[in-house]
Design a binder for this molecule. Structure first.
Ligand SMILES: Cc1cc2nc3c(=O)[nH]c(=O)nc-3n(C[C@H](O)[C@H](O)[C@H](O)COP(=O)(O)OP(=O)(O)OC[C@H]3O[C@@H](n4cnc5c(N)ncnc54)[C@H](O)[C@@H]3O)c2cc1C
Length: 402
């Protein structure tokens, strides 16, 4: 193998390049990115960078010297538009054609806009990249009333950041509870209380939202029985669409994302995928998490080099809202859960454990209790049988179960 092409320059792409070089690959690496920035992480875009506590530069995954050492041929900003898998070539919008021995698709996902016409409104924002963050941050400087459409992780983080800047914030969630796809009703209730205690107004079951931007000063939001209200800006955090269109041009097997095996290999043996756009091999669906993008890409890069490394990581992601660091380990599986155990240390410090019928851990959510997450990862990996009474008892030191 002498020529690797990587499409995308986010978390997954960055760690694929790092791994290829760290494992001793000396051939060509071509990276195609439609952004001009290189290899940056996105979590702080809804947190410290949005509030301007951290700089855009702090997002970089690698130093300029490291990037130089990677010896990459860059194609940016450019768009990979078509894959010719028979001849192993990628065609770019600029007209360039890149030959490859192995190709990695690390194109991530993009913010979903439930109503296409909202995209034309100047005061409607989504948050996916640095440019989105800068535009929103700029608008937050003068905005006083903010509507957040979507009560998922990104929507809640943006709401918390805006509220901490003293803005008036309303969250409109389509479903009956917050973060319903990824957490249980108890955790949704905890999140609702957290945000309401901070002074945010939460509107659940908020369907049929209509937005209207009549002038340069405000945007009107009408929903159900509520009288239309004026906001200075609206942020939409209504889920993501996987950027799988490139895979479709090569007729790769796809569902919501690109289907890959545990080595990151797609239905074409020379094409790999990792990160948001790739389906998690054991879960069967895409997960959008920083750790998944990094670790799936590391496994795919090693596999490209012939070191078949199976990616079988237990999903883990985190969110920061107000003073709470929330970590989610495993996935929410109500059909398998037979016991919910809450270790309730204080109002903002608790762990939620979801156990199966044999008292083995399936899923855990830790609020300001990061110390238990490592332990729980071992329990999940080893299918440890737990004693619910011990876990619930805040006077019992869980480290004894190490
Ligand atoms: C605001 C925000 C906050 C987040 N917070 C957290 C968090 O707290 N915890 C957590 O675990 N996860 C968080 N995430 C999720 C995490 O950042 C993503 O899962 C991760 O960035 C995915 O990495 P990726 O490399 O797959 O895709 P990305 O980082 O999205 O990179 C993909 C890149 O490919 C480019 N691209 C797409 N198509 C093409 C093409 N055809 N040609 C060229 N380039 C292309 C895209 O423009 C993009 O630059 C957050 C995400 C966002 C947006």
């Amino acid at each position: 193998m002498n020529k690797v092409v990587i499409v995308g320059a986010g978390q997954a792409a960055g760690w694929a390049v790092y791994t290829l070089r760290a494992e001793g690959y000396t051939g060509e690496i071509h990276v195609v990115s439609n952004e001009s920035h290189v290899f940056y992480e996105r979590p702080p875009l809804s947190k410290q960078v949005l509030s301007e506590e951290a700089s855009v530069e702090s997002l970089n995954l690698f130093s300029p010297a490291q990037i130089d050492d990677f010896s990459i041929t860059w194609h940016k900003p450019d768009l990979a538009e078509h894959i010719d898998k028979q001849n192993r070539r990628v065609h770019l919008k600029s007209g360039k054609t890149l030959a490859y021995d192995k190709l990695l698709i690390a194109t991530g996902s993009r913010a979903r806009l439930p109503v296409a016409t909202w995209g034309a409104f100047k005061r409607v924002h989504t948050l996916r990249d640095i440019a989105d963050c800068q535009a929103l941050s700029q608008q937050l400087k003068t905005a006083q009333r903010i509507a957040v459409i979507g009560g998922g992780w990104i929507g809640l983080e943006i709401a918390a950041t805006a509220r901490q800047q003293g803005k008036e914030v309303d969250i409109f969630e389509y479903g009956a509870r917050l973060c319903a796809r990824s957490v249980s009703p108890e955790v949704s209730a905890f999140l609702k209380t957290l945000h309401e205690n901070a002074g945010t107004h939460i509107h659940l079951n908020a369907t049929n939202i209509a937005l209207n931007e009549k002038n340069d000063h405000s945007i009107t939001l009408a929903q159900g029985e509520l009288n239309p209200q004026n906001f200075d800006c609206v942020v939409v955090g209504a889920g993501a669409e996987m950027a799988k269109e490139l895979a479709l041009t090569a007729d790769l097997a796809v569902k919501d994302g690109i289907i890959v095996n545990e080595y990151g290999q797609s239905s074409d043996p020379n094409i790999y995928a990792a990160g948001d756009v790739a389906i998690h091999p054991s879960l069967g669906y895409c997960i959008q998490s920083w750790a998944n993008a990094q670790n799936q890409a590391i496994a795919a890069a090693k596999s490209m080099l012939g070191d078949l490394t199976a990616y079988q990581e237990i999903p883990w992601l985190w969110s920061d809202q107000y003073t709470c660091n929330i970590q989610i380990l495993g996935t929410y599986q109500p059909e398998k859960t037979s016991k919910v155990v809450i270790r309730d240390t204080s109002e903002t410090q608790k762990s939620f454990f979801y156990l199966d019928e044999h008292n083995r851990l399936i899923n855990m959510i830790a609020v300001n209790e990061a110390k238990w997450v490592k332990l729980a990862k071992r329990w999940l990996g080893n299918a440890t049988v737990l004693d619910p009474m011990q876990i619930e008892d805040v006077n019992f030191n869980l480290m004894k179960l190490k």
